[in-house]
Write a protein that binds this ligand. Structure first.
Ligand SMILES: [Fe+2]
Ligand SMILES: [Fe+2]
Ligand SMILES: [Fe+2]
Length: 419
């Protein structure tokens, strides 16, 4: 297993998470990448270096990450996507809050630090220069670029040719120069958006390739430790979507790593299991928060929506070359040995996937949730053993967990901030 030598491109991870964020909203298919593309074109026109453009790319690709936290925040995104002109009085909360949340989520991972500062203020209007500061803090130039890119991105509609709409959009932006947008950023946008190819790229569904060819020159590689740090950030964002499972991925990650260690996995392989634990529910970004946050029993239709999430986990992580094994471990976490799992009904379930499945069940039944307490030792072991007897999950893995119950309980509680 090549886990020790794992080299993943930060670029690929960012693009895959960007696509995952777009799954949150039925109306958007590529809002984040559209903004990333427009912002990078403007940055290039302004003479940014390749390294600086990478930060613009990260900022654009993840700029609305703060809307992941709740249905309310998501409705802000809904407003922002529906109209170029935002009526602030009609919004359910301050438009800047999701920028602040995005900053909080991203700032602790060093390669994201600069992008996080721009995301924080990506809805600040220029207001004839007063927007160079916000609440006494300087607003970075990248934030002003993001703001224009974000507003432009929502204007073209699929109903008419984008080339027909280009002149109107450029005129609308020109009319708002100074009031909404920083004049230098507008000038760079007007220059960058002159070629027809700019608009065709903006509307093209295959933006990863376009962005990669044009702006992917300076690629940062992540080793296993850096990938682990990044997966932790993504895990936090996934968990953050629902208060019911606010630390679930952290629990699964910690339990899976320890199970790997006990079952003879190398330390690098065990760390890869931990990464799979952080990412296993990434496909849940496609499940509406109304379903995730429903304390009552789900209806059959709602259950069918939930059942899609490991499929999306697989599709999202498939976008990252080098992540194949971690993807298999993560995506098969609802498969069962008796073929009664979902969604692949896989006949072959690798040991890593079986470990994530047991870690997931153990964490889910023992963690406290706002509407119920977690199961105690006796009850949780009963549940796991019954599943082994039903030939649903791997008995050897459950035996390891059962024989070291206190340690597993402790590491799960610790990782979920309960001790
Ligand atoms: Fe936004
Ligand atoms: Fe946006
Ligand atoms: Fe799951």
């Amino acid at each position: 297993m090549p886990s020790e030598e794992i080299k993943i491109k930060l670029f690929d991870m960012v693009l895959c998470f960007s696509r995952a964020l777009d799954l949150m909203h039925p109306k958007i298919s590529d809002h984040h990448l559209r903004v990333a593309y427009i912002a990078c074109c403007i940055a290039e026109e302004l003479g940014f270096s390749l390294t600086e453009i990478q930060n613009v790319l990260i900022a654009g690709a993840l700029h609305d990450v703060g809307t992941a936290s709740s249905a309310l925040r998501l409705s802000i995104l809904d407003h922002a996507l529906n109209s170029y002109r935002l009526e602030h009085a009609e919004l359910p909360e301050d438009i800047h809050n999701h920028g602040f949340e995005g900053f909080e989520l991203m700032q602790h991972f060093p390669p994201f630090a600069q992008a996080a500062s721009a995301i924080r203020y990506h809805h600040v209007e220029w207001d004839f220069g007063r927007g160079s500061e916000f609440a006494g803090e300087p607003v970075p130039l990248v934030a002003s670029i993001l703001y224009l890119a974000d507003r432009v991105s929502v204007m073209p509609t699929a109903e008419r040719s984008c080339l027909e709409q280009a002149a109107e959009i450029r005129a609308a932006v020109a009319a708002d120069t100074g009031k909404w947008f920083m004049p230098e950023v507008v000038a760079a946008f007007q220059e960058a958006s002159t070629p027809e190819s700019f608009w065709l790229d903006v509307m093209c569904p295959h933006k990863e390739a376009i962005i990669h060819d044009r702006f992917g020159g300076h690629e940062i590689e992540l080793n296993l430790d850096a990938l682990h740090e990044l997966a932790k950030v993504f895990g936090k964002i996934i968990d953050y979507r629902s208060p019911f499972t606010a630390t679930h991925s952290s629990g699964v990650a910690a339990v899976a790593e320890m199970l790997g260690q006990r079952l003879g996995f190398s330390s690098a392989e065990s760390k890869s299991l931990k990464i799979a634990g952080y990412l296993h529910d990434i496909g849940k970004l496609a499940v509406p928060t109304e379903i995730l946050d429903k304390p009552e029993k789900l209806t059959r239709e709602e259950m069918l929506v939930v059942k899609q999430h490991p499929y999306y986990t697989f599709q999202i992580l498939s976008m990252v070359p080098g992540l194949e094994e971690i993807n298999t471990w993560a995506s098969l976490h609802h498969e069962r040995l008796d073929l009664h799992g979902y969604p692949f009904r896989s006949r072959e379930i690798p040991l890593g996937s079986r470990i994530i499945a047991v870690a997931d069940i153990f964490t889910a039944i023992t963690e406290d949730r706002p509407y119920r307490m977690g199961m105690d030792r006796t009850r949780s072991i009963e549940v796991l053993v019954q599943m082994v007897l039903n030939k649903a999950i791997d008995g050897e893995i459950v035996a390891v967990l059962r024989n070291n119950y206190d340690e597993f309980h402790r590491i799960r509680s610790l990782s979920q901030g309960n001790l």
